[in-house]
Design a protein around this ligand. Structure first.
Ligand code: ZN
Ligand code: ZN
Length: 80
């Protein structure tokens, strides 16, 4: 989630983009973002049960890992 961290070069501080909390240590901010702003992994893969933090992540996973199952499922659906 580095995209959510802003680094001020003059003060050498790192800021959370979401709530502006600051710290000299980037790892503190990353931990803060993970704890405070990232939702629980609420999106479950219907094929293998893996959980993801966003619908996009899940769709990407299904696209990459389960393309065969998807095709079979689509075929099967056509025969019903
Ligand atoms: Zn924050
Ligand atoms: Zn899966």
């Amino acid at each position: 989630m580095r995209a959510s961290v802003i680094t001020d070069k003059e003060t050498r501080s790192h800021y959370c983009k979401i709530c502006n909390q600051s710290s000299r240590q980037i790892s503190n901010i990353i931990t803060h973002i993970e704890n405070a702003h990232i939702q629980i992994e609420a999106y479950e893969c219907e094929y293998c049960g893996l959980k993801f933090k966003s619908n996009n992540h899940r769709n990407m996973h299904i696209y990459r890992k389960h393309s065969e199952e998807r095709q079979k499922k689509a075929l099967f659906a056509n025969f019903q």
